[in-house]
Ligand binder design. Structure first.
Ligand code: PHE
Length: 339
């Protein structure tokens, strides 16, 4: 027995382990309930009485030495790790929590991405505007209700300083300052004097599209919008254009897509029609082209404008518009993994 203990002691002192897993195996082999050393303690009762003292001492020494060996090895791993960390100067100081993109930004970027692939570039215009760029150039008659205080925010009672009610105002700026061909997107925030509820807000976001060139037709508009709908909502998505009216387009239409919540079968979101409206569009009215100095006999074009909130609602199934501007991190963090 004494011989055996001494032999194990040398064994233990020579043990090496490359990592914590190997070390744990070593501990199990020697010190666990069925380990070699524990078995020796069990055999202790068979040791002759006159030897008990000496063997007992040796056994305790062996156990302590084994534990010590384990501790030493463990410590050497820890210090190796510290060395590794010390030497990597590019490593961030602490695990840094990543922020998240706002769902409206995700949607806006996605829209921009999709149209960039068919040649659309980006421009932005001012949010504080004058009557001409928001209404006048866009063929709004003088008595149009949008010019009323009820619908539009005016700044300091001045009827010529107002918050834009749509991104179509950027059309007026761009067409006045650039020569066709123009193929651009205008993303931005717009303001309307509306009571805030789950489905309306006094500010929201739009992305406007404008394409002016020779021989642009309604078929081009429809093709671009169909491409967009399928890229945004999936290959199976269908579109439908309904005749509508805007002062700055003629003919005008509103576009619906097949409801991507129920797949067109009918649900509360699409009011059981199977369709949801996502944008307004049409051929740019010749009066608008002329107002901006573009020869309407040479050029034609199409325009469209979509609500970013509406598309985000559909894409992420957010039912209450107010969530987008309340900055509740519990809501915003849900978009952690998105793009
Ligand atoms: N400006 C319109 C709106 O805000 C949308 C639109 C844009 C319609 C371009 C036609 C062409 O509702």
């Amino acid at each position: 027995m004494k011989q055996k203990i001494k032999q194990i002691l040398t064994e233990v002192q020579q043990v090496v382990a490359k990592n914590n897993e190997e070390l744990e195996l070593f501990r199990i082999q020697y010190l666990s309930k069925k380990g070699i050393i524990t078995e020796l303690f069990n055999d202790f009762k068979n040791v002759a009485n006159e030897e008990k003292r000496e063997v007992g001492q040796l056994l305790n020494e062996l156990k302590n030495a084994t534990q010590q060996r384990i501790n030493d090895l463990k410590e050497s791993f820890a210090s190796q790790q510290v060395d590794a960390v010390k030497s990597d100067l590019t490593r961030t100081a602490e695990p840094i929590k990543l922020g998240t993109r706002h769902p409206l930004s995700l949607t806006k970027n996605r829209i921009i991405d999709i149209f960039a692939r068919i040649g659309f570039t980006i421009a932005e215009g001012p949010e504080i505007e004058d009557d001409w760029h928001v209404f006048g150039a866009l063929n709004f008659p003088p008595e149009h209700p949008a010019r009323d205080m009820q619908d539009t925010f005016f700044i300091e009672q001045n009827p010529d300083v107002l918050l834009r009610t749509h991104t179509s105002s950027v059309q007026s700026h761009v067409m006045t300052h650039q020569k066709p061909p123009i193929r651009m997107l205008f993303p931005g925030r717009v303001y309307r004097n509306e009571a805030i509820s789950y489905r309306a807000h006094c500010f929201f976001h739009q992305v406007e599209g404008l394409y002016i060139d020779k021989n642009v037709s309604f078929a081009d508009l429809k093709q671009a919008l169909m491409y967009f709908a399928k890229e945004m909502f999936g290959e199976h998505t269908q579109i439908r254009l309904r005749p509508s009216y805007f002062p700055f387009t003629e003919p005008s239409a509103e576009m619906d897509i097949s409801c991507n919540i129920c797949g067109g079968k009918g649900c509360p979101f699409c009011k059981h029609t199977g369709w949801v409206e996502i944008l307004g569009c049409g051929m740019v009215d010749p009066n608008v082209l002329e107002n901006c100095g573009i020869d309407s006999k040479v050029y034609t074009g199409y325009a469209f404008g979509m609500g970013v909130e509406r598309i985000t609602n559909l894409k992420y199934q957010v039912k209450d518009l107010r969530m987008f501007s309340e900055n509740d991190v519990r809501f915003l963090q849900q978009f952690q993994s998105a793009e």
